[in-house]
Design a protein around this ligand. Structure first.
Ligand SMILES: CCCCCCCCCC(=O)SCCNC(=O)CCNC(=O)[C@H](O)C(C)(C)COP(=O)(O)OP(=O)(O)OC[C@H]1O[C@@H](n2cnc3c(N)ncnc32)[C@H](O)[C@@H]1OP(=O)(O)O
Length: 232
């Protein structure tokens, strides 16, 4: 977990480094590091994001020029991914760009899930100010995003894929920033193309939110793709 501090020296501003989260269970859908520095770049931009969203500045025009230079550089040296031409679901270019789990996406916390023998998928994470809704609390839309992703992962762990058709979130207690959070998801049942999946979000023993999702398996899905995740 990050231990960096804000300008006041009191409050960490960064979101969890999930690589440091202790968890039982087997790592699930691990995203490979291709050695290019891409994951380190994303991690550094996550840090930057927390600093930009969670700090005040007197004058940062120098930083604007620096970041613009970096963007211009990355635009030159990178090969753009076309989101319509993946070889199949779940390839690194696809998962890596995901806003919840993607290791290449600075918007993602990211999630590093583990799976248990009963099919439960768990993540442990801590969210910084860049995910804030009410003061000191995680934004409800972020909770819904994390739930949707976790339900999808639980479906993948159960060997099925589905598009979210209905997602119900019950917010029971504010989800705190800067506190360890735990999300657990599990597929409950299937009936034809319909899949029902549930998840909870806790901090310590406190239930912050729970969700129930209905997923519909896409028509004509190929058998070889059944155990691969699908995303919208
Ligand atoms: C590593 C990553 C792992 C993956 C994580 C992914 C998490 C992210 C997931 C997403 O973000 S998915 C994107 C958000 N969702 C969408 O964009 C879905 C948009 N909606 C659709 O594409 C279609 O409406 C859908 C595929 C869900 C259903 O269309 P279909 O034409 O295939 O369904 P159809 O009308 O044949 O209905 C099939 C059954 O489902 C039922 N159904 C469909 N939509 C429903 C609904 N909304 N509520 C309740 N029931 C519904 C429908 O009544 C019917 O029941 P019966 O078989 O009993 O008759």
């Amino acid at each position: 977990m990050s231990t960096d501090s804000s300008a006041s020296g009191e409050q960490p501003v960064e979101t969890t480094d999930p690589g440091s989260v202790d968890a039982d269970g087997a790592p699930f859908l691990q995203q490979p590091d291709d050695g290019s520095g891409h994951l380190e770049l994303a991690a550094e931009l996550r840090r930057l994001r927390g600093l930009v969203a969670g700090s005040t500045f007197e004058d940062v025009h120098d930083a604007v020029a620096t970041v613009r230079e970096l963007s211009d550089h990355l635009e030159k040296v990178g090969t753009r991914v076309n989101p319509f031409t993946y070889e199949t679901w779940g390839v690194p270019e696809h998962i890596g760009a995901n806003p919840a789990i993607g290791s290449r996406n600075p918007i993602s916390p990211p999630l590093e899930p583990v799976v248990f023998p009963d099919g439960t998928v768990r993540v442990e994470l801590t969210l910084g100010i860049e995910y804030q809704g009410p003061p000191g609390c995680v934004h409800g839309g972020i909770v819904a995003l994390l739930f949707d992703e976790m339900l999808g992962l639980a479906n993948a762990a159960a060997g099925s894929v589905g598009m979210t058709a209905d997602l119900r979130v019950t917010y029971k207690s504010p989800t705190p920033l800067l506190q360890p959070l735990r999300i657990e998801a599990r597929q409950i049942r299937t009936e034809g193309r319909k899949i029902w999946t549930e998840a909870t979000l806790h901090t310590g023993d406190t239930l912050c939110a729970r969700t129930e999702g209905l997923f519909i398996e896409p028509r004509g899905i190929r058998d070889e793709d059944r155990d691969k995740p699908i995303e919208g």
